[in-house]
Design a protein around this ligand. Structure first.
Ligand SMILES: NC(=O)c1ccc[n+]([C@@H]2O[C@H](COP(=O)([O-])OP(=O)(O)OC[C@H]3O[C@@H](n4cnc5c(N)ncnc54)[C@H](O)[C@@H]3O)[C@@H](O)[C@H]2O)c1
Length: 314
């Protein structure tokens, strides 16, 4: 099989590339190396075709899509810092770029998986969050919400293309996914804490640490994505993919200290100092994963301790 991965030099995309290379498939990666890196795929040198370019380049995306059997659309601008620091580029990548990729898959009638996000649900207080739950988001002028808005447009476009043009698309709403190769540079909390702990530097919690999340090991997320890609019964539908075991960010910091044996101190920075004015955090975010379990018989297998020790070992 020929697999085309947009954002294949990124965190999740590179793990998907690993999976398909190991399975004997032909993998082509398109990446602009903005948040992804050559180091993430250096071990795949000679085993994958890597194209440096932008998902907004219609001719390039069409030519790579035409030659593929499966498209995995992972490229996006993400991470709190990226979104807040480069809002125009982020909106353009996430809306225009995704439109280009979806249109190319439609033009050549290719099976495609798109990576959406739990950010779709915004600040909906209902927990756990199920696929049909409402989006509750702030004003579009608050840059923080533009990632959620752009991903929602992408999902809506995918759904419309499925309905009107029979695009064989599955939408995967990933909740906080973590593991090897994820960088803390763009505001991802687990690698940021682990890297600080390993250097015995202060672990800085933004806010009061009572906000909670559920983390999913990237190996589990990849297993869910590849299983869905292989199952035509998931076409035209949307699935949450996330872990189990809600933790507060303070509990996460404590676990990072315990697993790494670090002497780091835990410190607190108010949101007003950590982020530009108007930043709103989401207090809880817990996935309801019953739909994906029922559809593909998938459950996450790795716990937070495993996630932390894998990141610490990289
Ligand atoms: N990691 C998570 O917790 C998480 C949660 C929800 C959704 N997602 C989604 O999963 C996908 C993969 O995320 P990730 O965590 O691997 O992030 P990542 O930043 O590591 O990967 C994104 C990749 O896309 C590339 N890219 C960005 N803009 C591009 C452009 N214009 N053209 C070509 N390539 C471009 C980047 O260089 C990077 O390699 C994204 O769509 C993201 O929105 C991730």
């Amino acid at each position: 099989m020929r697999v085309f991965i947009t954002g294949g030099a990124g965190f999740i995309g590179s793990h998907l590339a690993d999976y398909y290379v190991a399975a004997g498939d032909q993998v082509t990666i398109l990446d602009n190396f903005s948040t992804g890196s050559k180091a993430n795929i250096a071990h795949l040198d000679g085993k994958v075709t890597t194209v440096e370019g932008d998902i907004r380049n219609v001719d390039l995306v069409e030519s790579l899509t035409k030659d593929a059997d499966l498209v995995l659309h992972m490229a996006a601008a993400l991470g709190v810092n990226t979104i807040l620091e480069s809002p125009i580029e982020s909106i353009s990548t996430n809306i225009t770029g995704s439109e280009v990729v979806l249109n190319a898959a439609t033009k050549f009638n290719k099976r495609i998986i798109i990576a959406s996000t739990s950010e779709i649900y915004g600040k909906n207080p209902k927990q756990p969050l199920s696929e049909t739950d409402d989006r509750v988001v702030g004003a579009p002028q608050k840059i923080r919400w533009t990632y959620s808005d752009a991903k929602a447009i992408e999902e809506a476009m995918a759904s419309a293309l499925h309905q009107e043009k029979k695009l064989p698309v599955t939408t995967v709403r990933l909740f906080n996914t973590v593991g090897l190769r994820q960088t803390g540079r763009y505001g991802m909390v687990v690698p940021r804490f682990v890297h600080a702990a390993l250097k015995n530097e202060p672990i800085t919690i933004y806010g009061d640490g009572t906000q909670s999340r559920v983390f999913c090991h990237v190996a589990d997320a990849v297993q869910a994505i590849v299983t869905m890609a292989a199952k035509d019964s998931t076409i035209g539908d949307v699935y949450n993919v996330g872990g189990t075991g809600e933790v507060t960010i303070k509990e996460l910091a404590d676990q990072v200290l315990a697993v790494t044996g670090s002497q780091s101190q835990i410190t607190y920075t108010p949101y007003s100092e950590a982020y530009p004015a108007g930043f709103e955090d989401i207090h809880r975010r817990v996935p309801d994963i019953s739909k994906v379990k029922a559809a593909i018989n998938w459950v996450p297998t790795k716990d937070l301790k495993q996630i932390i020790s894998d990141i610490a070992a990289q």
